[in-house]
Design a protein around this ligand. Structure first.
Ligand code: HEC
Ligand code: HEC
Ligand code: HEC
Ligand code: HEC
Ligand code: HEC
Ligand code: HEC
Ligand code: HEC
Ligand code: HEC
Ligand code: HEC
Length: 484
């Protein structure tokens, strides 16, 4: 008997009647518990029993069938598309048309590298079979979900690591132990393909971030890395108020704004962990001030323009620019000679995967692409504010002069930051937007002015800023409506 037939018979026996064997591998005893093998809702394209092998293996190829393994057609995506000719039940697989536009289909490098399951033969680039098995696979935890060969990030990192085949090595970022990163490799079993848009699935009791939470492997391509991902749209009200949220499932078309993907887990749409910021409310463009993520900023002064024109990265931004979360949140290996990730073409993956500065008392560990000093004090070094100086000129800060300048409206920036060891954070305490200011009265302020808790009020309970003068105490220093 030809070997593939005997293998077929033995595999058949294992799949249909075999116990869930201890060794990991494809098909062994799990076919019947997969979505394909289900006797009611499983594979069903012929008159044979629903869920049975014959739905796909119609004739043994020894009889002269044109197709290998007795499959009903060639062993390529057309076989899958015969049944998967539209979106899957979750809308994550969005049909053949969307798949044929992805990098996973168009890239000649997209080929499962092995070792387990073994490498796919040349010519199988772009096949669903690089990620899915029609028979199901199991590992130590049982059936691997969604007919995958391996679970969660292990599937993606098999190709997106230093060994390729993908040139985009995300592994070194999510595996950056000790450094700031999304909990991609550290949390397992919390994500489910059918979690849909239930806020509780992303909330404090089920925090997780898998590759598939931010990317859709059936839609992603270089020009639309976040394409086809479920997300939360916002409709903003007055500054400081929580927006109206509209959940959009994976198969709802249209442009995906990056911040909408983040809002699944970083907005009050879900139940945030204690103390976590509500980024949707904080980046509302109706706030008194904000970094321009959801919409353009409102600081049109010539000093603001000069601040941006003097940033260390290019292309220089202009007033009215819009930036993304990933322009600030990313790996430290991203060069600070580039302002926006959309203009970056080097090898370091963009995106907030990890490789952010390690948690220390002095520096923020918020997965930032450049160092950002939070705790004031010590000798001034421009590298302490590397993140800010990617886009903003460092010049106003590296001076003891208090003369008026053309690149800032606050001529005491240098005295405070360089000479007195103040951090940006002491006066710009809520970087995403004024609505998140520590002191409630500061939430109305323009220019992202908001004082940190080390700054206290003088006569009033809270430190205040009038737009051109300060009324506060800081490290024993008292400013009685001191103007600049
Ligand atoms: C949804 C369609 C589908 C169903 C249902 C299906 N198969 Fe397959 N089978 C395939 C495809 C496609 C391949 C080729 C896989 C590849 O190239 O990696 C394959 C390959 C095989 C192979 C060769 C494996 C190898 O290592 O090359 C065997 C044996 C097999 N199937 C047996 C079965 C048995 C037994 C069943 C029922 C318990 C079954 N198949 C159900 C689609 C299916
Ligand atoms: C004979 C019809 C048929 C063929 C051929 C077929 N499928 Fe399916 N597939 C189904 C049905 C039916 C389901 C269960 C209902 C659903 O998810 O649409 C399913 C479900 C799935 C799922 C979701 C599994 C889950 O646990 O939610 C994946 C992934 C999948 N198929 C991949 C493939 C791939 C890859 C191929 C090609 C190798 C393929 N299918 C070929 C009919 C088919
Ligand atoms: C790069 C890996 C990869 C490739 C290639 C791939 N898939 Fe998937 N697929 C996944 C992952 C991962 C999930 C689960 C997503 C999640 O957990 O959110 C999935 C889920 C699915 C689902 C169930 C979700 C739904 O929408 O109901 C179907 C059906 C599916 N894939 C079909 C296919 C078909 C058909 C192909 C080939 C045309 C294919 N996939 C190619 C990785 C892949
Ligand atoms: C079999 C190998 C393989 C697997 C598995 C795989 N990818 Fe890819 N992926 C590639 C290749 C190759 C490209 C094209 C870019 C390149 O040449 O490196 C790509 C492109 C992408 C892109 C678009 C970015 C770009 O520059 O084109 C995203 C996003 C992506 N993959 C995410 C994922 C996710 C998420 C998973 C797991 C669900 C996954 N990939 C699994 C090989 C793979
Ligand atoms: C599926 C959920 C999910 C999505 C989507 C998501 N994140 Fe996260 N993020 C997390 C989790 C979980 C953590 C770990 C800390 C926590 O639980 O809040 C985290 C942490 C972070 C941190 C570090 C926070 C800290 O405490 O220092 C930053 C920065 C961040 N995410 C930015 C983003 C950005 C930018 C996006 C959108 C591109 C995004 N995240 C999308 C789940 C998510
Ligand atoms: C201009 C740069 C910049 C942009 C744009 C930006 N962030 Fe941040 N983000 C920061 C900095 C700096 C911190 C650290 C502040 C701190 O530690 O006090 C931070 C902190 C965070 C944290 C941790 C906050 C916490 O709970 O303590 C999260 C989560 C986060 N950002 C998500 C986002 C998301 C989502 C977006 C887009 C909607 C975004 N950021 C846009 C600079 C930025
Ligand atoms: C918290 C959300 C989030 C998670 C989790 C996440 N990514 Fe990303 N990823 C992004 C964002 C956002 C970008 C794109 C930033 C940009 O360029 O605008 C990105 C970019 C990418 C790119 C393209 C990078 C480039 O420079 O071409 C690939 C490939 C990729 N991610 C794969 C993965 C893989 C694989 C995983 C899991 C190991 C993963 N991502 C996990 C948000 C995420
Ligand atoms: C002692 C308080 C204080 C510190 C410390 C501080 N700022 Fe400011 N900053 C201000 C005030 C007040 C304004 C508003 C000026 C105006 O428009 O009246 C301002 C405005 C700005 C502006 C808007 C453009 C302009 O007019 O300069 C930028 C950009 C800026 N600061 C960046 C920074 C950065 C980066 C740091 C840390 C390296 C920092 N600031 C530290 C008080 C401070
Ligand atoms: C990716 C580029 C980028 C980075 C990085 C960045 N900013 Fe900005 N920043 C901008 C842009 C663009 C504006 C708004 C211009 C406008 O309103 O027209 C802005 C505005 C500001 C303002 C004034 C807001 C107002 O309404 O007047 C302050 C203060 C500020 N940034 C501080 C910082 C600090 C502190 C850092 C470092 C933690 C930083 N920025 C990092 C791009 C950036």
């Amino acid at each position: 008997m030809p070997s593939h037939v005997s293998r077929s018979l033995s595999l058949c026996a294992l799949m249909l009647v075999g116990p869930a064997v201890a060794s990991a591998g494809e098909g062994e005893g799990v076919y019947m518990s997969t979505a394909h093998g289900d006797a009611v809702t499983g594979v069903n394209r012929t008159s044979g029993p629903v869920g049975a092998c014959v739905q796909c293996h119609t004739a043994p190829d020894v009889t002269g069938s044109t197709f290998p393994l007795g499959l009903f057609t060639t062993n390529d995506n057309a076989l899958c598309f015969d049944c998967h000719n539209g979106a899957g039940p979750q809308g994550i697989f969005q049909g053949p048309g969307a798949y044929l536009m992805t990098a996973h289909w168009t890239s000649g490098l997209m080929l499962w590298p092995g070792p387990l399951p073994p490498p796919r033969p040349a010519g199988s680039q772009g096949l669903c079979l690089n990620c899915h098995t029609p028979h199901g696979a199991q590992d130590a935890l049982g059936l691997v979900p969604v007919l995958g060969y391996v679970r969660e990030e292990a599937l993606c990192l098999a190709c997106h690591d230093a060994n390729g085949p993908s040139v985009v090595d995300v592994a070194q970022q999510v595996n950056a132990a000790g450094l700031a990163r999304h909990p991609v490799v550290t949390v397992a079993g919390a994500h489910a393909a059918d979690e849909g848009l239930d806020p509780a699935a992303f909330g404090a009791l089920n925090r997780h971030a898998e590759c598939a939470d931010c990317h859709n492997p059936h839609a992603a391509r270089a020009s639309d890395v976040l394409g086809g991902v479920s997300r939360i749209s916002v409709s903003n009200g007055a500054g400081g108020t929580v927006p109206a949220y509209t959940p959009r499932a994976a198969d709802v078309g249209g442009v995906v704004f990056e911040f909408e993907v983040c809002f699944k887990c970083h907005s009050s749409w879900t139940n945030l962990p204690a103390g976590a910021r509500d980024l949707a409310t904080e980046t509302n463009p109706n706030n008194a001030s904000f970094h321009p993520v959801q919409g353009p900023g409102t600081n049109m002064t010539s000093q603001m323009a000069a601040s941006l024109a003097g940033g260390l990265g290019t292309p220089h931004l202009t007033t009215g620019a819009i930036i993304t979360c990933s322009d600030c949140h990313g790996g430290q290996a991203l060069p600070t000679t580039v302002t926006t990730v959309s203009s970056y073409t080097g090898a370091v993956p963009t995106g907030p995967h990890g490789d952010g500065d390690a948690p220390t008392a002095a520096y923020s560990s918020a997965i930032l692409r450049g160092r950002y000093r939070l705790n004031a004090g010590g000798q001034y070094s421009s590298t302490d504010y590397e993140l800010c100086f990617t886009c903003h000129s460092p010049a106003p800060f590296n001076t003891s002069s208090t003369s008026s300048r053309s690149d800032t409206r606050f001529r005491y920036h240098g005295r405070h930051v360089r000479d007195w060891g103040a951090g940006c954070n002491d006066c710009h305490n809520s970087l995403h937007g004024s609505a998140g200011a520590f002191y409630p009265s500061n939430r109305q302020y323009a220019r992202l002015v908001a004082f940190s808790s080390i700054v206290q009020g003088r006569s009033s309970l809270e430190p205040t800023w009038s737009g051109s003068s300060c009324n506060l105490r800081c490290h024993g220093e008292s400013h009685a409506n001191e103007s600049y």
